[in-house]
Write a protein that binds this ligand. Sequence first.
Ligand code: 13P
Length: 256
Amino acid sequence: MRRALVVGNWKMNLDHVEAVHLTQQLAVILASRPAEHVDVVVAPPFVDLRSVTSVIEAEHSVLEVAAQHVNPRPAGAHTGEIAVPMLTRLRVRWVIVGHSERRTHYGMDDQVVAETARAAVAGGLRAIVCVGEDEDVRARGEHRGFVEAQVLAALSGLSAPEGDVVVAYEPIWAIGTGRTASVADVAEMTEVIRAAVAATGVRGVRVLYGGSVTADNAAELFAADVDGFLVGGASLRAESFAAIVAAGESCYAGGR
Ligand code: 13P
């Protein structure tokens, strides 16, 4: 049976003290309202990872941890960067690869995204590869081809165990804007993404949506044949994030 996946991307928010607090709150909520059909992952800033994994272990929580980025090289002279083995040693299981904020502001092109996904998976991490068009691409009606090309570039030549690769469709115009994509938009693009993924031969890939997902629209968006969400702003408060997880649980508990 398919399981949903809900990932909270904290971006550059919450220092390690705040991160401990939010993780404790989430652990308590998930213990009292178990989400048996949803994998729940949080992606804190690098400096919080150690504290967050410690809280999760102390609480015996089902929460899992992602990094927001990783450098594809194993070690060396890369000031300011973090390598895959540093993350796995901290018991980080996941990594976000090629978020649009990294593509746009930190020069991460398709080739670096592909290299990073390959290094992450080879090193034992599960990669959440982000794709999505900006407003101009959509206005020109080129979003289907644009996103298809991003998926093919990121996943081609990738050999990954089933379940180790996730693709998140995050249209840039919907990120942090309150302009959530419609169910029809998301359904159209998940179909494009699933077809592109199939062409790469990578199996067991879950497809997420991200962009102004909230507790209020999560249930409706699950109708768009997504396997879950990559949540930004609404993941910074325990109650709103837990409500999105609960929407996944009610959708999947019925045997989606
Ligand atoms: P928001 O949910 O704040 O729109 O952010 C989405 C996102 O970029 C998650 O990675």
